[in-house]
Design a protein around this ligand. Structure first.
Ligand code: HEC
Length: 107
């Protein structure tokens, strides 16, 4: 019994060490083609009502996309767009936008 317990603890530790599947920035870039019409090909927005996504924190982007998907955050366009996204899509898209480096200059 004790031995079994030890084995399952070891097993859990191994799983925890493997961690979540890493996001795929290149896949995110490809998937983001569908977003470019509003958010811009490099994440700098083209549309007056769409925010720029380049350089935003990855965790923030993941949370917003999941919030649109679940209905916690609502927007007539983004709620529809986020609905079919898988967890992988959300992770890859967020990693891509977060990887873009933006430069800020004082006026
Ligand atoms: C037709 C235009 C359009 C397209 C296409 C579009 N978006 Fe958006 N997106 C918007 C608008 C408008 C908002 C602002 C919504 C709001 O006020 O909540 C937004 C907001 C967001 C936000 C929240 C940003 C923030 O600062 O909180 C994220 C993240 C996002 N979009 C990701 C995506 C991704 C990823 C795609 C492609 C899969 C995509 N969008 C496609 C128009 C668009």
């Amino acid at each position: 019994m004790r031995r079994e317990l030890q084995q399952s603890v070891v097993c859990l530790l191994v799983l925890a060490a493997a961690g979540p599947v890493a996001a795929d920035v290149a896949a995110g870039k490809t998937k983001a083609r569908a977003c470019a019409v509003c958010h811009g090909p490099m994440g700098i927005s083209n549309a007056p009502d769409a925010p720029s996504l380049a350089g935003q924190p990855e965790r923030y982007l993941v949370e917003q996309l999941k919030a649109y998907r679940s209905g916690k955050r609502h927007h007539e366009v983004m709620s529809v767009i986020a609905k079919p996204l898988s967890d992988d899509d959300v992770r890859d898209l967020s990693a891509w936008y977060a990887s873009l480096v933006i430069e800020v200059k004082s006026p």
